[in-house]
Design a protein around this ligand. Structure first.
Ligand code: LLP
Length: 441
């Protein structure tokens, strides 16, 4: 199907939470062939901010959040935004304003949340290698919960809390050897991965928590992987963690909270709408009795769809095998295609009806063959200086940027109430150079 038509279809089909509730029209759409968001022409944004630029739609974020909230509310469930998916301060602030807490994995992410006034009591700190200063800082800030990922880490938390004489809620992140049926690099639930405490060690770990004077036993946490769709994976994960919690309760331990992680998948090819059907079914089957307070830690499903990356064609070029569009965004701006072979839909900024379709590799200027944004894409014939939109880039897009090839990062712009807000300035090369210290040879 023609990619432009696909985009229109995608958003027409979307019976969103906001639309059902008579709120604003949401998502990217076309007017006279040109890409729009809310009331704004994306061409105008390109003229103003240049490229490469990430754009986020507040309405799509709000829609994803409310869809999930509708599922979680009746189950005593809280949503904690996984900041690792997009740590822009404006994004964190916006998602927090909707009512989400945060899930962080470093002191840096924690400080980002505090800087935009996310309440410590709404912050969960996960992560497999928390250091002493991170643990101490988090305890001193009175965050909601620390998830311990190993017995060794647990012992450190116990010692630090004792030294500073401050109580902290600790949950154990468990590894229940679950195959998440997802890409190897984002699968975290089985014993080949570094995450969580294995089943055989849990009772011992819970005993340690229970005996420690400055630790409040909080519950269990799990996150088996990212980009999950499969009902069986959700059902197995939720059943296993619940059964383990009940076993611990039978042993007399207090286990009130279950943190079910994130990982809810989105369709990068934009053929299917974001829906939480299999998640919702599994959640309702396993937790209908409301014996636990639940939390989830979604990143991608809240923010991915809302974001696009606008990039300009620097040059076109053909070989006997390929047609290349060499664009001004590269793997340093969006590494997902290179790292996970991820396919993001690519759209022209303006559809021109007189153009025929052609197969292209959309590649960046970085000196590696692995620097690509899309391989073998059918696009309308595209010329130098024309702009493309790489879709579904809101999660794990800008946040995974680098300065490889001394390339500055992209700008980030947020569209809110039909207005554009610059969330992150494009880096400039002088700023980058200033970080290096020239030795006195
Ligand atoms: N909670 C924990 C403990 C996690 O490790 C993660 C993701 C999440 C929540 C959020 O998962 P999400 O809902 O966003 O799938 N860079 C990769 C994804 C890495 C995910 C790492 N952990 C990508 O671009 O696909």
């Amino acid at each position: 199907m023609d990619v432009g038509k696909k985009l229109t279809l995608f958003h027409n089909q979307k019976k969103s939470f906001l639309q059902k509730n008579n709120m604003q029209k949401i998502g990217y759409y076309r007017k006279s062939g040109e890409l729009f968001l809310q009331n704004l022409s994306l061409k105008k944004l390109v003229d103003h901010y240049g490229t490469p630029t990430f754009v986020y739609d507040s309405n799509l974020i709000k829609n994803s959040f409310y869809m999930l909230k509708k599922i979680m509310d009746p189950l005593n469930g809280k949503i904690h935004f996984a900041v690792k998916s997009n740590d822009n301060l404006g994004v964190i602030k916006y998602i927090n304003s909707l009512g989400a807490g945060a899930d962080v994995v470093s002191i840096g992410e924690l400080k980002r949340c505090l800087k935009v006034s996310v309440k410590p009591k709404d912050i969960i700190f996960s992560g497999v290698g928390k250091q002493k200063d991170e643990i101490e800082f988090a305890i001193n800030k009175n965050i909601k919960q620390l998830n311990a990922e190993s017995i060794e880490e647990l012992k450190d938390i116990i010692e630090i809390s004792k030294n500073i004489k401050k109580t902290v809620n600790v949950a154990l992140r468990v590894n229940l050897d679950i195959n998440a049926k997802t890409h190897k690099k984002i699968s975290t639930g089985d014993e080949n991965s570094k995450f969580g405490i294995i089943y055989n060690d849990i009772v011992n770990a819970y005993k340690l928590i229970n005996e420690a004077s400055f630790i409040k036993p909080y519950g269990l946490a799990i996150h088996v992987g990212s980009q999950l769709f499969d009902y069986d994976v959700f059902f197995q994960t939720f059943s296993k963690i619940k059964n383990l919690a009940l076993e611990l309760r039978n042993l007399g331990y207090e286990v009130n909270h279950l943190d079910l992680g994130g990982g809810f998948g989105v369709d990068y090819t934009m053929k299917n709408l974001l829906n939480y059907k299999s998640l919702s079914k599994a959640l309702n089957e396993v937790f209908k009795n409301k014996e636990f307070q639940l939390s989830v830690e979604p990143g991608r499903s809240l923010i991915a769809e809302s974001g696009i990356l606008l990039t300009k064609v620097i040059r076109t070029k053909s070989t006997n095998y390929k047609n290349f569009l060499i664009v001004d965004a590269a793997m340093n701006n969006l590494i997902r295609p290179t790292l996970y072979n991820a396919t993001h839909s690519i759209q022209p900024l303006k559809i021109k009806s007189d153009r025929s379709s052609k197969k292209y590799d959309v590649v960046g200027p970085i000196c590696e063959t692995g620097d690509f944004l899309g391989i073998d894409f059918n696009l309308q014939e595209t010329k130098k200086n024309e702009v493309l939109a790489i879709m579904t880039c809101g999660a794990y897009g800008s946040v995974m940027r680098s300065n490889y090839n001394s390339r500055p990062s992209a700008a980030e712009v947020f569209i809110f109430n039909n207005k554009e807000i610059l969330l992150r300035k494009r880096e400039n090369i002088d700023e980058l150079l200033n970080l290096d210290i020239i030795p006195n040879f």
